[in-house]
Design a protein around this ligand. Structure first.
Ligand code: NAD
Length: 494
């Protein structure tokens, strides 16, 4: 097992000023590793090292195609170690190996895509309105704080670090408290791939101290945050005081809609994947299901049977579809949401408890759960559970559906199941969401922008424009006059 006792501050491995913390395997409660924790002083040192690194002419003047080569090397190194990263992430988060392998490979793909995109980013000659030439160019911001959640660590790290480095910045990465191991491993990979010292620091620690210090530090020029809406708003308020740009990828309570003409087999498979993969711990989980009343009883009977057939178990078991939740405390929070919904009158169609029997007793497991017969204003329809809990609602007509689907503070994603593409298009355009999947769900491409509306976020990540989000634009005017500017020139009498 790798040694995680040291953290990565400005290119140096050393003990963090915040002591040590334990990473616990949620499949059985065992200790995965102790790891170092950063302090506020470590943050300050990481910023100083980052400032030196971005000012170094080697990095400052490095041409995009050379920086791209470095990003390719990081991508290759992640892929070469994908199995190790996946095993580590499964131990740390409980996610299945199938999921963590896919996340590691997607992180490698993110670095490669970003490298390719970087080589094609153009500055522009803009249209002049006088005897001058105008250019619009883009420059790095300087120091970027990347703050990530625990649900998909290596993929969220890559999604922020790759474009921030591509844009020429230094990055302070703060992983979530429950999942710091993968980010420390990521730092080793990046270092070995040859990133100049000081351009990446990995600072595990509590959000309230280490995360807050990164956000508040005057030397940090941008925060890219993925996490809960409450935290995101707090960060945005501090950023407002500094007039600092922020990208916020926040929570969701995404609707999935089944119209009467849908292909039912496809819809059921998509809904199961949308809510129960990653044990529901996904910002884009399709957690509110709307089914047309004419097909509701039969559809729900099939969905419940398919849900009960899902295999719950350890992430290391190849046949597992639903692993444990990330932590015991989080499992208890998910269970409390379900109990509160039942107390408020919801009908439990399946799940609603931890699985019983050997292999389950020591882990943070919870059965895939479906609730029904709730008013759409109920807490279970409005609050993000971030666990394997689906709430089902019948709808009568399109207006009724849209009113309910859009009755949420969130606006992250939406799924629509129908064979009628014109209807799907019209619906997709009326739902408040950053991403709409039609006859599919939870598919992701690094080339397609991602983000939310309303309280699901601010700004977009991914896509070619994703690199621009870590740059600042500058305009250059080049005078072409063959005479001095006329204002200062004495006028000759007429
Ligand atoms: P969280 O907001 O509690 O923590 C996210 C990160 O922010 C962690 O690294 C945490 O340490 C840090 N943090 C906490 N308080 C902070 C503060 N005051 N200042 C600076 N940093 C602070 O969220 P979580 O529980 O780790 O993650 C789950 C949430 O993330 C869910 O709401 C989920 O929907 C959301 N999420 C969103 C996306 C997306 O792309 N939209 C993706 C994954 C998760």
């Amino acid at each position: 097992m790798m040694d995680f006792s040291e953290i990565f501050v400005g290119g140096q491995w050393r003990a963090g000023g915040g002591g040590q913390a334990d990473s616990i395997n949620p499949a059985d409660g065992s200790l995965v590793a102790r790891h170092g924790v950063a302090s506020v002083a470590d943050v300050a040192e990481a910023v100083e090292a980052g400032q030196r690194a971005v000012a170094d002419p080697e990095w400052r003047t490095m041409l995009p195609h050379v920086r791209a080569r470095l990003l390719h090397r990081i991508g290759d190194a992640i892929e070469a170690q994908a199995e190790h990263i996946a095993a580590l992430q499964t131990a740390d988060t409980g996610k299945t190996l199938t999921e963590t392998r896919a996340l590691a490979l997607s992180a490698a793909g993110t670095f490669r895509y970003t490298a390719a995109a970087l080589e094609t980013l153009d500055d522009a000659l803009t249209t002049p309105r006088g005897p001058y030439l105008t250019m619009s160019v883009h420059e790095p911001i300087g120091i970027v704080g990347a703050i990530t959640p625990w649900n998909s660590p290596i993929a969220s790290d890559a999604q922020k670090v790759a474009p921030a480095l591509a844009a020429g910045n230094a990055v302070l990465l703060k992983p979530a408290e429950w999942t710091s191991l993968v980010s420390l491993k990521f730092a080793r990979i990046v270092e070995e791939a040859g990133l100049p010292r000081g351009l990446l620091s990995v600072l595990p620690g509590p959000g309230a101290t280490v995360g807050d210090a990164i956000v508040r530090h005057p030397g940090v020029g941008k925060i890219s945050f993925t996490g809960g809406t409450v935290t995101g708003k707090r960060i945005a308020a501090i950023a407002g005081g500094k007039l600092m740009p922020v990208s916020l990828e926040l929570g969701g309570k995404s609707p999935t809609i089944v119209l009467p003409d849908a292909d039912i087999d496809h819809a059921i498979a998509g809904i199961l994947f949308g809510i129960f993969s990653s044990t529901g711990q996904s910002c884009i989980a399709g957690s509110r299901l709307f089914v047309h009343r004419s097909i509701y009883p039969d559809f729900m009977a099939r969905l419940v049977a398919a849900t009960q057939a899902l295999r719950v178990g350890r992430g290391t078991d190849g046949s597992t579809q639903v692993g444990p939740l990330v932590a015991f405390a989080h499992r208890d929070k998910v269970a409390a949401h379900v109990e509160a919904a039942k107390a408020a009158g919801a009908t439990l169609l399946c799940g609603g408890q931890a699985p019983q029997g050997e292999g389950y007793d020591k882990g943070a497991f919870y059965l895939p759960t479906i609730l029904a017969d709730v008013d759409h204003g109920a807490a279970i329809c409005q609050e993000e559970v971030f666990g394997p809990v689906l709430v089902a609602i019948a709808f009568d007509d399109e207006e009724h559906l849209i009113a309910q689907a859009n009755n949420s503070v969130y606006g992250l994603a939406c799924g629509i199941w129908t064979r009628d593409f014109a209807k799907a298009y019209a619906l997709a355009r009326r739902i408040a969401a950053g991403t709409v999947w039609i006859n599919t769900y939870k598919q992701f491409s690094i080339s397609t922008p991602f983000g939310g509306v309303r309280e699901s976020g601010l700004g977009r990540e991914k896509g070619r424009e994703g690199i621009r989000a870590y740059m600042q634009q500058k305009s250059l005017y080049w005078g072409l006059n063959d005479q001095p500017l006329p204002w200062a020139t004495p006028k000759t009498a007429l």
